[in-house]
Design a binder for this molecule. Structure first.
Ligand code: B4P
Length: 182
């Protein structure tokens, strides 16, 4: 089984959902930058107050802030981890490389959860989180296409990328992910 992986995909592709499923049955650390940022908002911390409006508009939080969170939370020992929602642009991908070299834990697999736009909009409207309004979803999808999608080619060039058809039921997607991780 691969131990160090990341999930790439548009908002609503199922990154968080699938990472949680995997981490429940295996001793992986699930590191979701979105989840960690939402916790800061809930706690009303200084960081939470800084990022609340940005997240509710569907925009990206600054690279520096997110890098700080990733650095603080990445496994210090040799526990496996799944990064979910990070990196989201080329600068974050380069920062991640540097951190992983520092801690000597190379990335082994990038799973791209592929999904048509109309499906993800429906899913997110159904979920109804605070940042799941139609306007915000469109902003998030737009940012994904412009700044995150180039990472598909980036990780393809590094021979780390595998495609997952995420427009299927949870169990089928999960089995496919496990096969790719084996
Ligand atoms: P995230 O928390 O990463 O939110 P997300 O992209 O919507 O994905 P999420 O993992 O939650 O949803 P999932 O697809 O699993 O980011 C939120 C915000 O935080 C960003 O907009 C940004 O502002 C900020 N942020 C986070 N990381 C950042 C970074 N690196 N840099 C800067 N800013 C950052 O699930 C969606 C729904 O689909 C769920 O309801 C689920 O039940 C459903 N679903 C999933 N799989 C399904 C399936 N197979 N069939 C049917 N429904 C399914």
């Amino acid at each position: 089984m691969k131990k160090h992986l990341l999930f790439l995909g548009a908002p609503g592709a199922g990154k968080g959902t699938q990472a949680e499923l995997l981490c429940k049955n295996n001793s992986y650390l699930h590191l979701s930058t979105g989840e960690l940022l939402r916790k800061e908002i809930e706690m009303k911390s200084i960081l939470g107050r800084q990022v609340k409006d940005i997240i509710n508009r569907g925009e990206l939080v600054s690279d520096d802030l997110v890098l700080k969170i990733v650095r603080q939370n990445l496994a210090k020992d040799n526990q496996g981890w799944i990064l979910d929602g990070y990196p989201r642009n080329l600068s974050q991908a380069n920062s991640l490389n540097e951190v992983l070299v520092e801690i000597n834990q190379p990335l082994e697999l990038v799973l791209y959860l592929d999904i048509p736009e109309e499906v993800l909009i429906k899913r997110l409207l159904l979920r109804g989180r605070k940042d799941d309004t139609e306007d915000t979803i469109r902003t998030r999808v737009g940012i994904f296409k412009k700044t995150t999608e180039p990472l598909i080619q980036y990780y393809k060039d590094l021979s780390l990328l595998e495609y997952i058809d995420a427009d299927r039921d949870l169990k089928t997607v999960s089995s496919d992910i496990k096969r790719k991780m084996a």
